[in-house]
Write a protein that binds this ligand. Structure first.
Ligand code: CIR
Length: 284
C-alpha cells in the first residue's frame, strides 16, 4: 500500500503592520481628524501601537513594513491594498494627502514576492479599509463605497481576484471606510453598525448573514471603533467594547481583547486599520 504523506496546513496568521515613526494628524480628510491636527504625541502613539503589536503577536506572526517620512497615515497598513492568496491589489487613494504612500506599498509587496494586480486607471479603492473577505467558506468580498472607494472597483475586483463582490454603500461620513462599521468574523459571524449603511445595503447584509450570525453594534460602540476589530480565529482585538457587546461576542464563542488606541482614533482609525492580513484566503 502506498504511504501517505501527512500534510501540514499553516495555521498561524500573518499580519503586516507599519511602524508609527511618522504618524501624526497633519491634515483633515475625515471627520475624526477635525480638531486634532498636531494633537497626537509620539510617546502615546508609539506606546499604543506597541501594545497592539504585542497583542497581535500572541495570535499571529507580525511582519513590520518600514514607514516613509512625510506619510503620516501609512501606519494604517489596512489601506496599503488588498491581499488575496499571492495577489496584491494596490490601493488608489482618493485624496492627494495619501497618494504618496502608493509607490512605497507597491515596492514592498513586489519585493516580498506578491503578484501585483492593478485596478483600471482612475478607479479609487482603499484596500482592506474598504474590501473585507467573508470568513466563511465562500469567495465573497464585501466592498464599501460612497466615501473613499468607487463602486466601479467592485466589478474590477471580481475579475482580478475571481471572487463575488458585494458592494455596500456607506451613508454616514464618520464611517467612511467599510472596516469602521463592518467586520466579518470566523464561521460567518458578522459584526456591524446598521446606521452606517443605506437601506439597500442593509438588506444585502441581511440576505447573506443569517440572523443568528449578526452581531449588531450600537452607535455608542461603533463610535468607539468596536467594528474596527482584528479577528484571529476566535480572538477579537478591538479598542473598546461595552459589557453588552462583549457578552454577545463571548456568547458566540469569541474572546475579546481591548487595546486602547485613542491616539489613532484622532486620525479615524483603530485596531483593524493598523493591520493587514498577509495570508488572506477563503475562510482564513
Ligand atoms: N479605516 C481605515 O482603514 N483606516 C484609517 C485611515 C485613517 C486616515 N486618517 C484616513 O482618513 O485615510
Amino acid at each position: 500500500m502506498a504511504e501517505t504523506t501527512p500534510t501540514f496546513e499553516r495555521t498561524v496568521p500573518r499580519i503586516l503592520m507599519c511602524a508609527p515613526t511618522y504618524f501624526e494628524v497633519s491634515y483633515v480628510i475625515n471627520p475624526w481628524m477635525t480638531g486634532h491636527v498636531h494633537d497626537t504625541t509620539a510617546e502615546r502613539s508609539h506606546r499604543q501601537w506597541d501594545a497592539l503589536r504585542e497583542t497581535v503577536q500572541r495570535h499571529a506572526d507580525v511582519v513590520i513594513q518600514p514607514p516613509a517620512e512625510g506619510q503620516p497615515d501609512m501606519v494604517f497598513a489596512a489601506n496599503a491594498g488588498l491581499v488575496f492568496g499571492n495577489t496584491f491589489v494596490p490601493s488608489r487613494f482618493r485624496y492627494d494627502e495619501r497618494k504618496g504612500e502608493e509607490p512605497h506599498n507597491r515596492a514592498w509587496f513586489t519585493h516580498h514576492g506578491f503578484d501585483i494586480a492593478d485596478l483600471p486607471e482612475g478607479v479609487f479603492f482603499e484596500g482592506a479599509g474598504d474590501g473585507l473577505f467573508d470568513r466563511g467558506t465562500s469567495r465573497r468580498l464585501w466592498m464599501g463605497h460612497g466615501h473613499r472607494s468607487d463602486l466601479d472597483a467592485a466589478p474590477a475586483l471580481g475579475r482580478l481576484l475571481d471572487v463575488d463582490v458585494l458592494p455596500l454603500k456607506l451613508a454616514d461620513p464618520r464611517f467612511y471606510h467599510l472596516d469602521t462599521c463592518f467586520c466579518p468574523l470566523t464561521d460567518g459571524y458578522t459584526l456591524y453598525f446598521p446606521g452606517a449603511f443605506d437601506a439597500a445595503s442593509l438588506a444585502l447584509i441581511e440576505q447573506h448573514v443569517a440572523p443568528a450570525e449578526r452581531i449588531i453594534v450600537d452607535e455608542h460602540d461603533a463610535a468607539a471603533f468596536a467594528c474596527n476589530a482584528v479577528n484571529l480565529g476566535r480572538v477579537v482585538i478591538l479598542n473598546r467594547a461595552s459589557a453588552d457587546l462583549r457578552a454577545r461576542l463571548e456568547g458566540a464563542g469569541f474572546m475579546v481583547i481591548e487595546v486602547a488606541l485613542d491616539e489613532y482614533m484622532k486620525s479615524g482609525g483603530a485596531a483593524k486599520c493598523l493591520t493587514l492580513r498577509l495570508d488572506e484566503a477563503v475562510g482564513a
